[in-house]
Design a protein. Structure first.
Length: 377
């Protein structure tokens, strides 16, 4: 059974497992204190979903904002990396306690998972996270996931919980993600402009859809904008997961959106296997391979990446690392797990398969990136 409408998010037959993402501006007021009344109503919606037979995972922002208020740090704790890390360390305790209280009042058990970008980009750690989430859901708990900002740096962080929600949905094998935002959905232009129209459904995220997005967070408290939400829709879509953007500024926002069919539903155009979905959602690459037009066309037809079509190598990657594949114009085509070290690729690029053994001094592997380890973007 396929999800086709927002109302399907409340149907346990179509959406047995749902991820709900809550942003900082919704969770924390301007005074730095949690919006307990609004959160209590959301917790009741989660309890109602559970009563319908659905499993729910929460991806919650708010640790930095809560911690900054307790520490008295300016700019909501985002004035520097050190401020953000210190704020998160304090705020994570408050955030976990908040969700435990709110869900406990509904007879539910909250479980905290703090993850970093590396936790979900490393295949073994990703599978460990997936197993933990599955066990918690099986035991009847509500996993509450947040980025571990107390140790994350600019180089190894998601930077927003929209993309984290999509990656968590992949790990949880969820059916849908609901991003609670400060707008009703995706508009064909800036929603403040006259004549702006909201799109109720989007079939895949194209370049034209990206052009509609505005960057930046309107609240000044969070770190995501519409661009991050579209990136999240792409990550979710690779795994066949539906993503919805709905307005979270109202009481009982999920029920409001479903009851009024008010929001944007992103329907996936593909459903990659679990390995390729994970690989396509990776944000950090160890390097890049540049290919000629002939190779690019072969990849689009489902072929493996061979040395003969490579024109350039970037980075100091090792065998098994994830690397990007770009065409001659610099456009990202794919990403995959490389079979050679960077120095070896530099030695064999442009050469035919029968020449590789003599160049390398050993029997070469069948492809630089095999099609089973390659995902098209």
């Amino acid at each position: 059974m396929m999800i086709e409408h927002l109302a399907d998010l409340a149907d346990p037959a179509k959406t047995p497992r749902l991820v709900v993402k809550v942003g900082s501006a919704l969770l924390v007021g301007k005074d730095g204190q949690p919006r307990r009344e609004w959160l209590a109503a959301l917790a009741s919606e989660i309890a109602e979903a559970r009563a319908r037979g659905q499993q729910v995972i929460v991806v919650s922002s708010g640790a930095i904002a809560l911690g900054a208020a307790k520490l008295g740090l300016a700019k909501g704790g985002r004035g520097s990396l050190a401020d953000a890390q210190a704020s998160a360390a304090v705020g994570q305790i408050a955030l976990a306690g908040l969700w435990a209280d709110l869900l406990g009042a509904q007879g539910l058990t909250a479980a905290q998972l703090l993850v970093t970008l590396e936790d979900l980009d490393d295949r073994r750690r990703y599978l460990n996270a997936s197993a933990t989430i599955s066990k918690l859901l099986e035991a009847g708990a509500i996993p509450v996931i947040n980025e571990n900002d107390s140790v994350a740096t600019e180089e190894i962080r998601f930077g927003d919980n929209d993309r984290l929600a999509a990656r968590a949905a992949q790990a949880a094998r969820a059916d849908a993600v609901a991003l609670l935002s400060d707008v009703d959905g995706l508009y064909d232009r800036d929603p403040r402009e006259p004549g702006a129209t909201m799109l109720p459904r989007v079939q895949g995220v194209t370049r034209a859809i990206h052009d509609m997005a505005s960057t930046g967070s309107t609240s000044g408290m969070g770190s995501g904008g519409m661009t991050s939400k579209l990136q999240a829709a792409e990550i979710a879509g690779r795994a066949g997961i539906v993503l919805a953007i709905i307005n979270g500024t109202h009481d009982r926002p999920i029920a409001r959106a479903i009851g009024n069919d008010l929001g944007t539903l992103f329907l996936p155009r593909r459903r990659d296997g679990s390995l390729k979905a994970w690989l396509g959602g990776r944000q950090r690459m160890a390097g890049a391979i540049v290919v000629d037009d002939g190779c690019a066309a072969a990849l689009m037809r489902g072929g493996s990446l061979l040395a003969t079509g490579i024109t350039g190598v970037e980075g100091a990657f090792r065998r098994g690392d994830a690397v990007a594949v770009r065409d001659s114009a610099g456009r990202a085509l794919a990403q995959g797990l490389i079979e050679y070290e960077a120095s070896e690729v530099e030695a064999i690029l442009g050469h035919r398969s029968e020449e590789l053994a003599e160049i390398l001094g050993y029997a070469p592997r069948s492809a630089v990136i095999h099609r089973d380890q390659l995902v098209l973007l």
